[in-house]
Design a protein around this ligand. Structure first.
Ligand SMILES: Nc1ncnc2c1ncn2[C@@H]1O[C@H](COP(=O)(O)OP(=O)(O)OP(=O)(O)O)[C@@H](O)[C@H]1O
Ligand SMILES: [Mg+2]
Length: 873
């Protein structure tokens, strides 16, 4: 709270200063800081990031992994071992914990670095003034009147005192005091949820209002909607209004269904452990009378059940996936988004630039009867030329009319008075310009319906007619015809202003005279049709969410082969409650005339129906949708706010790259689920065996250290699973966490492994004379258990026939066979006696292959049945 008060105090003080005084207060100057000063302040204030998680030292991060509940539990069990004099057991457990934490740490470190490198490729920068430091630069006032230059600096390296330049589409990089600006409008939606643009000015304001209402301060995380500004950085990182909210939210990052599933699985294992372990302890204690050995045995069983490798397996897989995706020009900003990409079954996308090309051409300029009109182009040109908001593709296309510029002498014969920037509710924008003779005109352009709303009359054949009298139908027909021919249409209107009119806000857009329409060709992208087909093939439905109107969007959909089933309008959406919206949204493929909040609401409605939603967009109006979706996808050329909100960035604006990303996401998911299914079934099987053996045998079925060793070796064999191949059929459908299949694997396959364990017990007891030789029994079961678990990986990793129809990756083949050989060699190795192993008789060696072969064959049969019956993989 102290930081809160201090932060606001500085902001309030600076807001009340004149621009010069503000600069002085922060020991800066109009030319900005020198590079050296910036460097110093970066050390002093730290980087401009709100979450500190990534800043921790290496040691701290490692210790944090060691201190996970699971590791602590295991270390506790090691202490139990140690206290009872079982140094071997204690050190084995400790070794396992350190090994799994170390592997997890190294993987995390490597993947963090890789992810950082990838993130750097799409890093957002801000333009900062740096003085050349001619006047030396320790402390004192910055390079006051020295020369300065603007350089692009990553957002993280901004420091208090920096002078930054803001332009349209930029994210405000920190809490800043506006020093100078032109028609600056920002959206504070990220902070206040309020989506209407707020105008910011450079004048000093008294320090009485709540900070968020300061008219000359722009806050970190806000977006510049129009205009431009030079601003002084006041607070960075956690010392910003946004940083303080983010601090409260830290750790509350929404978990994906996959994260939740993994957590549930871990807890299931822990709960099973809590029931099993006391049971095993009591049975063995009573039946054998040696309570100490019973305790150690129970502890070892507990360790065997603990899924200590899971976090590492997940991280390795994600990191590998991110790297594979970067080869396909897909940059992953948030690793967890990878699973969602694989699970995504609906892709929502905006239209302009995604389904259509980045090239919009002004084709027609007509009056209200559809006859060519030069006046329309002239007015449209003045509007695009003088507006300071984002010059989107439409404006760019208008400004291509260079001869209009010369003919009008747009920059000398006119003088800009004011502007009313575009927003997604009004869907129009106006500029007010003054002619040489002093007369002023307001020129408005925007979506046809929205412009007509504010028109009362129209120009026709040199005269003006009232719109009430004019037949509304005929007016619409010109536009409708153009729309049906695939043109995007923008209406242009104007109003001559009375000399006494001086204050301009959105209310000035009333009583306008419609001048005519400009029509653009917005050609569909060649690759879009292929991509939509490919996504459909992979089980991903595509829906279009656009701010544009129905006719134009239908036309684009037709061209890219997207069948339109049902259309929902922004206005319809507002009228529906959550439940009805969800029902309608599932069937609709087209959502038109949406504002940014409606885009997000449609996504929430689909999510409520259990869909996993991807959203692809690149505009200021896509920020909310990108954050709401399970996986937000943007492109490198998008506005900053879209890039910052997205989880995944496509370096090429090509939907086909997205298909590759989806497949890669499913691979990652596939390999993680393999591990989970295998450990669920083998743990369950082991439990059944241990319980039975505890009841039946007069001695322990396996020595505690042997269980620990077995577990360690099996874990090592699994570390290469991330490299494994995934079958083509698996990749065909969206894959999401499926607890039922894990349950089936556990109950269907676990008992089979137990059955063959009992067969081994019989062989050892009756054929190998183990009834009187506990060490022989224990050695025999150790080998069978390790080999069967490790070999069955090859059966369970695929739904097909292993090796013949589906090959494992080389690394997986190497680790699994390496561990098997090690297991076979161990009893006769120098380490053997220390672990309580003895040499096995010839009969065992004859029967072991039969048991293993039988086990693998039966498992293969049951697995095939399960996958046919339940589509389980
Ligand atoms: N620069 C502009 N000048 C005038 N009108 C505009 C301008 N930009 C957009 N509009 C109007 O506002 C409508 C909504 O714009 P918005 O940005 O929400 O959607 P869009 O870019 O057309 O579609 P999408 O959401 O698919 O990107 C546009 O269809 C257009 O009619
Ligand atoms: Mg857009």
């Amino acid at each position: 709270m102290a930081a809160d008060a201090a932060t606001s105090a500085v902001l309030l003080a600076v807001a009340a200063d004149t621009p010069d005084a503000a600069l002085a207060r922060l020991q800066s100057g109009p030319a900005g800081l020198t590079a050296q000063q910036a460097q110093q302040r970066l050390l002093q204030h730290g980087p401009n990031v709100v979450a500190h998680a990534t800043q921790r030292g290496v040691v701290v991060r490692f210790l944090k992994l060691l201190a996970s509940p699971l590791s602590l539990l295991l270390l506790g069990l090691a202490v139990v071992n140690f206290a009872t004099g079982e140094a071997w057991g204690a050190s084995l457990i400790a070794l396992m914990v350190v090994l799994s934490s170390l592997l997890a740490f190294l993987q995390e470190h490597r993947s963090n670095q890789a992810a950082e490198k990838l993130r750097a490729m799409v890093r957002t920068t801000v333009s900062v003034l740096r003085s050349d430091g001619g006047n030396g630069g320790d402390g004192g006032d910055g390079g006051d009147n020295g020369a300065s230059q603007a350089i692009d600096v990553p957002l993280e390296q901004i420091v208090p005192g920096d002078v930054v330049q803001l332009s349209v589409g930029a994210i405000v990089p920190a809490d800043v005091r506006i020093l100078a600006c032109r028609d600056l409008f920002v959206s504070q939606a990220a902070l206040t949820g309020e989506s209407m643009p707020v105008e910011k000015l450079a004048q000093a304001v008294p320090a009485t209002v709540p900070p968020l209402e300061l008219g000359n301060v722009a806050f970190m995380g806000c977006t510049v909607l129009s205009g431009s500004a030079t601003a002084l950085v006041v607070g960075t990182g956690a010392n910003t209004c946004f940083g303080q909210i983010a601090d409260q939210l830290a750790g509350a990052r929404e978990l994906t269904s996959f994260d939740l599933g993994v957590n549930k699985f871990v807890w299931l294992m822990i709960r099973v452990m809590l029931v099993m372990v006391p049971l095993v302890f009591l049975i063995n204690g009573y039946s054998k009378g040696d309570w100490l050995q019973a305790l150690l045995f129970a502890v070892a069983v507990a360790v065997g059940l603990a899924p200590e490798m899971l976090p590492m397996i997940v991280t390795i897989n994600l990191a590998k996936g991110a790297l594979a995706m970067s080869d396909k020009q897909v940059i992953v900003k948030r690793l967890n988004a990878i699973q969602n990409l694989g699970a995504m079954d609906v892709l929502c996308t905006d239209k302009t630039g995604t389904l259509t090309q980045d090239r919009v051409i002004l084709e027609k300029h007509v009056d209200i009867d559809g006859a060519d009109s030069a006046r329309v182009t002239e007015y449209a040109y003045l509007n695009s030329f003088y507006q300071t908001g984002l010059k989107n593709l439409l404006d760019v296309a208008v400004l291509k009319y260079v001869d209009v510029h010369e003919h009008l002498q747009a920059d000398t014969a006119f003088h800009k008075v004011d502007e009313l920037p575009f927003d997604f509710e009004r869907r129009r924008m106006s500029v007010i310009v003054q002619r040489a003779d002093g007369s002023r005109v307001l020129i408005c352009k925007g979506a046809v319906e929205e412009v007509l709303d504010v028109c009362t009359q129209a120009e026709r054949q040199g005269g003006v007619i009232s719109l009430q009298e004019h037949h509304g139908m005929a007016l619409g027909r010109v536009v409708q015809d153009l729309n049906e021919d695939g043109f995007r249409v923008i209406a242009v209107a104007c109003r001559e202003l009375a000399p006494e009119e001086h204050v301009f806000d959105n209310r000035a857009e009333a009583g306008l005279t419609l001048v005519g329409y400009i029509a653009f060709l917005d050609p569909p992208k060649d690759s879009a049709a292929d991509a939509i087909r490919a996504l459909k093939h992979y089980g991903v439905a595509v829906k279009v969410l656009t701010g544009d109107n129905e006719a134009v969007t239908r036309n684009v959909c037709r061209h890219v082969g997207l069948p339109v089933q049902d259309v929902l309008h922004g206005a319809d959406i507002d009228a529906l409650d959550e439940a009805h919206l969800a029902t309608r949204a599932v069937h609709a493929t087209l959502f038109v005339k949406l504002n940014p909040q409606q885009k997000a609401r449609v996504i929430r409605a689909l999510q409520a129906r259990g869909h996993v939603i991807g959203y692809l967009g690149d505009g200021i109006n896509d920020g909310a949708a990108l954050k709401t979706a399970d996986v937000g996808i943007s492109v490198d050329s998008a506005v900053d706010i879209a890039k910052e909100s997205a989880d995944i960035i496509l370096l090429q604006k090509n939907l086909l790259a997205l298909k590759d990303g989806v497949v890669e996401g499913r691979k990652v998911f596939g390999n993680i689920s393999k591990y989970i299914r295998m450990s669920a079934s083998s743990n369950f099987g082991n439990m059944l065996s241990v319980l039975g053996a505890s009841v039946l045998l007069p001695f322990l079925p396996m020595a505690p250290v042997q269980i620990l060793f077995n577990n360690l070796l099996y874990d090592v064999s699994q570390t290469t699973l991330a490299s494994d191949h995934v079958d083509a059929e698996y990749l065909k459908r969206p894959r999401r966490w499926d607890i039922a299949n894990i349950g089936r694997a556990m109950l269907g396959l676990g008992p089979i492994s137990s059955l063959f364990d009992y067969a081994t017990f019989a062989v050892l007891w009756y054929a190998c004379g183990a009834a009187t030789a506990p060490a022989l029994f224990q050695t025999g079961w150790f080998m069978e258990s390790l080999l069967s678990q490790t070999l069955v990986v090859h059966v369970l990793r695929t739904a097909r026939v292993p090796f013949l129809q589906s090959r494992p990756s080389l690394p997986l083949l190497m680790t699994t066979s390496g561990i098997c050989l090690l297991g076979l060699w161990l009893p006769s190795s120098p380490l053997g006696p220390a672990l309580g192993f003895v040499p096995m008789p010839a009969r065992y060696w004859l029967l072991l292959p039969l048991i293993l072969a039988g086990y693998l064959a039966v498992t293969q049969a049951i697995k095939s049945w399960l996958s046919r019956r339940f589509g389980m993989r």
